[in-house]
Design a protein around this ligand. Structure first.
Ligand SMILES: *[C@@H]1O[C@H](CO)[C@@H](O)[C@H](O)[C@H]1NC(C)=O
Ligand SMILES: *[C@@H]1O[C@H](CO)[C@@H](O)[C@H](O)[C@H]1NC(C)=O
Ligand SMILES: *[C@@H]1O[C@H](CO)[C@@H](O)[C@H](O)[C@H]1NC(C)=O
Ligand SMILES: *[C@@H]1O[C@H](CO)[C@@H](O)[C@H](O)[C@H]1NC(C)=O
Ligand SMILES: *[C@@H]1O[C@H](CO)[C@@H](O)[C@H](O)[C@H]1NC(C)=O
Ligand SMILES: *[C@@H]1O[C@H](CO)[C@@H](O)[C@H](O)[C@H]1NC(C)=O
Ligand SMILES: *[C@@H]1O[C@H](CO)[C@@H](O)[C@H](O)[C@H]1NC(C)=O
Ligand SMILES: *[C@@H]1O[C@H](CO)[C@@H](O)[C@H](O)[C@H]1NC(C)=O
Length: 457
């Protein structure tokens, strides 16, 4: 009976956890998250215009990490790019028909990238030159913006003749983003001068919105969750094959043994510097593992320890972040050594938190190895009506690392509370024992009486 109840509870949690996976097209925890591209024409020229192109990462917790964004489009007419500052086109294309001044890019469908940090001073503009890296909006809104300046020719020279580029594509650097059409913004962007004493405005502003979907990205999971608790010594590992399967026969070289004497040569071997993870061999094969340990149960509080471990030998995760959903975040009291912000995707329910590292302390999650982890402890105030250690309640409902959903163990495998179901069993056993004893006593009495009085009683 008790087991049945436990199973039902587990099934309910399983359903709750599974539901979001059915509709991953938009992110329920960041429903308005998007990347907006603003194309501001700030000056007309003899054959075209000069524009400031800005990329705003309005996503709460998804960022763009190295090697950075790639922004592409298709020109509506026969435009060319004369010059670019703060960014560059990856290919020049065929400019053979030009004499004298050679354009920066003649392709019909240019792809542009950011410049690297430390670009020559005369190639820089505000918000440029970050190697295409954009932080998430919550972590650092200032570093969530990228800009470059572009001088366009053969485009028309007034707001009636220019046409917005089409088919914008944003790669980060892989797939995942889908961009809408460029729209003419009625209120043009205003630019404030450095001293804040003068405002100028764009002649024309176009705006494009791009949204992310894990489904479009078609990426295998990159993160998994393991669980443990003080009340049960079992450690629930990440589900087997969460991010891939370890098979050194069909897929040799897909991972490295942590104790391999050749570790250094493998890590520095072919593929060095690529963004494809080289993970330590494990049953889950994930580059990132998040461990949730229920550590203490005090009278009014309870305590959790979170450990994020990097299993990837090829990546230092800079500016990493974690999104965790648990009903007790409405009563979070203290978070040690991580930054914290409450996310309220549904306005009223305060059950989702964003955690990230403290600058210069643990905002860099180092490559796999002895330093490849970061830790924090969370202290929750108990709400007596909801708090329980039973039915896996103390474990998180969902975890995202860098905006990617982490694979959770199946809820019916969560560490059991030793005295939740057994206590009921004990009660049942006690009642059964009483009944049996009573019966025995009854029989005994009869037998004893029988013995003494035989058939006379
Ligand atoms: C994109 O995000 C911004 C900032 O959160 C928001 O104002 C805007 O409405 C969003 N755009 C779309 C199309 O969702
Ligand atoms: C072009 O500019 C003129 C004058 O600034 C303005 O009246 C008109 O609405 C603009 N047209 C478009 C399509 O933006
Ligand atoms: C723009 O995208 C649409 C739809 O994806 C496609 O049909 C069209 O061919 C693209 N245009 C160009 C010029 O690439
Ligand atoms: C394959 O992996 C198993 C288990 O990890 C190990 O015992 C075995 O030695 C490996 N074989 C080779 C050829 O590396
Ligand atoms: C990770 O960071 C450390 C220290 O900043 C650096 O020495 C190492 O080369 C980096 N590794 C990778 C793979 O980027
Ligand atoms: C959510 O919790 C945070 C931190 O306790 C608090 O600052 C915020 O006001 C709460 N929001 C709501 C809607 O309860
Ligand atoms: C926990 O949070 C809820 C909602 O914010 C509040 O009503 C309740 O009083 C809090 N409980 C404790 C024990 O602080
Ligand atoms: C700990 O939890 C596991 C389920 O994950 C269960 O099989 C085991 O019996 C529990 N241990 C105790 C001592 O209750």
């Amino acid at each position: 009976m008790a087991t049945l109840l436990l199973r039902l509870g587990a099934a309910a949690i399983a359903l709750l956890v599974a539901l979001p996976c059915l509709a991953e097209a938009y992110d329920p925890l960041d429903p308005n998250g998007n990347i907006t591209i603003k194309w501001d024409i700030i000056q007309w020229t003899s054959d075209g215009y000069v524009a400031v192109v800005s990329i705003y990462n309005y996503q709460k917790y998804r960022h763009i990490q190295a090697p950075g964004w790639h922004l592409g489009w298709v020109w509506a007419k026969k435009e060319i790019i004369w010059t670019m500052t703060g960014g560059q086109a990856t290919e020049q294309g065929d400019c053979s028909q030009f004499k004298g001044d050679i354009p920066h890019c003649c392709k019909r469908d240019p792809t542009t990238v950011d410049l690297l940090p430390g670009a020559p001073y005369n190639m820089q503009v505000a918000n440029c030159c970050k190697g295409g890296v954009l932080t998430s909006w919550v972590q650092d809104p200032v570093s969530a913006v990228a800009s470059f300046q572009i001088s366009v020719g053969r485009s028309g020279t007034n707001n009636k003749t220019v046409k917005a580029p089409k088919n914008f594509t944003l790669k980060a650097p892989g797939p995942g983003y889908t961009c809408g059409v460029a729209e003419n913004v009625k209120l043009p962007t205003k630019f404030i001068s450095l001293d804040g004493r003068r405002t100028t405005q764009a002649h024309v502003t176009w705006s494009v919105t791009c949204t992310y979907s894990q489904f479009v990205a078609q990426r295998a999971p990159t993160c998994c969750v393991s669980l443990s608790s003080f009340y049960n010594e079992t450690i629930i590992n990440c589900p087997k094959c969460s991010c891939g399967c370890h098979n050194n026969i069909t897929k040799p070289g897909s991972c490295v043994e942590g104790n391999s004497p050749y570790l250094v040569s493998v890590v520095n071997g072919p593929g060095k510097g690529s963004s494809i993870p080289l993970v330590q061999c494990s049953s889950h094969m994930c580059p990132i593992r998040v461990h949730w340990h229920v550590k203490f149960n005090y009278r009014d509080y309870w305590r959790v320890k979170i450990t994020i471990t990097n299993w990837n030998y090829r990546m230092n995760y800079s500016q990493w972040n974690l999104v965790v959903q648990h009903p007790n975040f409405d009563n979070i009291t203290t978070i040690f050594s991580f930054n914290y912000k409450a996310l309220n995707p549904f306005g009223v329910i305060n059950d989702t938190a964003m955690l990230w590292g403290i600058k210069y302390y643990n905002d860099l999650l180092m490559v796999a190895g002895p330093d490849g982890n970061v830790q924090s402890e969370l202290l929750f105030r108990k709400e007596p009506s909801t708090f329980t250690l039973g039915k896996g309640w103390a474990f998180p409902r969902r975890i995202y690392f860098n905006g990617e959903s982490c694979v959770m163990p199946p809820p019916d495998s969560y560490p059991w509370l030793p005295n939740s179901s057994p206590r009921l069993k004990k009660t049942a056993f006690l009642i059964l024992s009483i009944i049996v004893c009573a019966m025995l006593a009854f029989l005994h009495n009869h037998l004893v009486l029988d013995k003494y009085c035989g058939n006379k009683c």
